[in-house]
Design a binder for this molecule. Structure first.
Ligand code: SAM
Length: 283
């Protein structure tokens, strides 16, 4: 499968534009509070409370938008897909959030009007240079851009050896999807945007932030079923094959069984988030 074909057939417009994808996509967890608070600690070093305006670009079905609402007077959630925005409005609507359809490269926001702009698991789909120019335009002095993204969700048994065993299991089962991950956008994400030259005075590439959740043990999958690799493997099916590949589930449950956990049990899960923080200081 050539990269050219992938770009043509599996561009974000094709992946994220169907109502079916948006509906299924909605099941994903909201961004955890602990990650947002880390971002806010950085913002508040230079911008005093009360906080006024945040924008979340590439907001999808609103998981990364709704979490900002308690901290800001006004939050804008924006996405190029009308289907995603419809889901966000239906499921994650709050009085101080306004959702809208627009491209990341042309934000309908005034110059210097935004204190925090987030791009959660989304910037790699944008025309990055144009987007970053827009971010500089809309951020106020000392405003912050937070670019972050989530990895696989895994059960946490509190044992480093089991963690390494799980890492190997996830890597093994993600391997068949690799040929379907040839797009430059996915590579950029997997490389944690390290080749992106962020045009800001301060750029902090944070170590991954580990966040914990309570959830069903059976939630663990090597990659979400709506993930890019699954969709491409399934010939562009907007929700991909919902089963984890091969006997992944069986082997995961075998590990759980050694801790007396069955698939329906509620366990602690964890997910690592990559995070880059940028501040515009106009100096
Ligand atoms: C992986 S989803 C992330 C959704 C959400 N931020 C989250 O964390 O759950 C990526 C989103 O980026 C959107 N997107 C892709 N290209 C875009 C562009 N050029 N402008 C705005 N949104 C875009 C897609 O429609 C999709 O909803």
């Amino acid at each position: 499968m050539s990269e050219k074909k992938l770009e043509g057939e599996y561009c974000p417009e094709k992946i994220y534009f169907s109502d079916k994808h948006a509906e299924v996509y909605c099941y994903r967890k909201d961004t955890p509070t602990e990650l947002i608070e880390k971002i806010l600690d950085y913002l508040k070093e230079k911008i005093p409370e009360p906080l006024e305006t945040a924008a979340d670009v590439g907001c999808g079905s609103g998981q990364s938008t709704v979490i900002l609402a308690p901290y800001f007077k006004q939050v804008h959630g924006m996405d190029v897909s009308a289907a995603q925005i419809r889901q966000a409005e239906a499921t994650r609507s709050l009085p101080n959030i306004s959702y809208g359809v627009c491209p990341a490269e042309e934000l309908p926001l005034k110059d210097g009007s935004v204190q925090l702009l987030t791009a959660a698991t989304s910037m790699h789909w944008f025309k990055v240079d144009l987007f970053l120019t827009e971010v500089r335009r809309v951020l106020c002095d000392n405003g912050v851009l937070a670019v972050y993204g989530y990895m696989s969700m895994k059960p946490d048994f509190g044992d480093p050896e089991v963690e390494a065993q799980l890492d190997r299991l996830y890597a093994e089962f993600s391997k068949p999807l690799r040929p379907y991950h040839v797009s430059a956008s996915v590579e950029m994400f997997k490389n944690k945007y390290k080749d992106v030259n962020f045009p800001f005075e301060e750029v902090v590439r944070c170590p991954d932030v580990r966040c914990h959740f309570e959830g069903r043990f059976g939630y663990g999958k090597p990659t979400p079923p709506t993930g890019f690799g699954f969709q491409v493997k399934e010939g562009g099916n907007p929700i991909g094959d919902r089963r984890a590949p091969g006997d992944f589930q069986k082997r995961l449950y075998e590990i759980g069984a050694t801790f007396k956990r069955s698939p329906e049990d509620t366990v602690t899960l964890y997910r690592d988030y990559q995070l880059t923080l940028c501040r515009k200081t106009n100096k």
